[in-house]
Design a protein around this ligand. Structure first.
Ligand code: NI
Length: 182
């Protein structure tokens, strides 16, 4: 079985589905502390190393409302976004179908339909409120990451049979990793 480099030796270990911590609702952040800023930096490093375009705190076992993302072309300059308490304020009626994946569900992809454009509010690393509209891959990614804060995975949008198939593959992967002492 192929072993994913990012499962070992990351700044912060990424939890693999199924894991009860990935099903929990994360708690709101009251104060953007230095500790949380360090956590956000660690999450960005972990995300870029994987490589991935988004990571939510519950994916590293921290049940707080924090996501990091960067959906720019990997060839171009990095444009990281750190969002504390992100919230979708408005969603378009227009929908977008995107082939989604997740660092907690390695090597599995499936089409998910979501609003094509969203207006999102969040608290930035300086503790200031921000608001911005997103479309394209950014809109999909932000919605996917906010779902993580509510204990929801992209496979929850799939038909039960497909979801069970993916879950069984992940259980097998986790057994393999446990045997190898990862
Ligand atoms: Ni994900």
């Amino acid at each position: 079985m192929r072993v994913f480099a990012y499962i070992r030796g990351m700044k912060r270990a990424i939890l693999i589905h199924p894991d009860p911590r990935l099903k929990k609702v994360a708690t709101a952040i009251v104060d953007v502390s230095d500790e949380l800023r360090v956590l956000a930096d660690d999450m960005l490093e972990t995300m870029y190393d994987a490589p991935g375009i988004g990571l939510a705190a519950p994916q590293i076992g921290v049940l707080e409302r924090l996501v990091v993302l960067d959906c720019t072309d990997p060839e171009k300059e990095r444009a990281p976004l750190v969002m504390f308490n992100p919230e979708v304020i408005l969603s378009s009626d227009d929908e977008n179908i995107h082939d989604e994946g997740c660092l907690s569900i390695p090597d599995q992809f499936a089409e998910v339909t979501r609003p094509a454009e969203v207006k999102v509010g969040w608290i930035d690393t300086d503790g200031n409120p921000q608001e911005q509209e997103f479309d394209g891959l950014w809109a999909t990614c932000i919605q996917h990451e906010i779902d993580h804060l509510n204990g929801k995975l992209f496979i929850d949008y799939l038909k039960p049979l497909k979801r069970q198939m993916i879950t069984r593959k992940m259980q097998k992967l986790k057994r393999e990793l446990a045997r190898e002492g990862a």
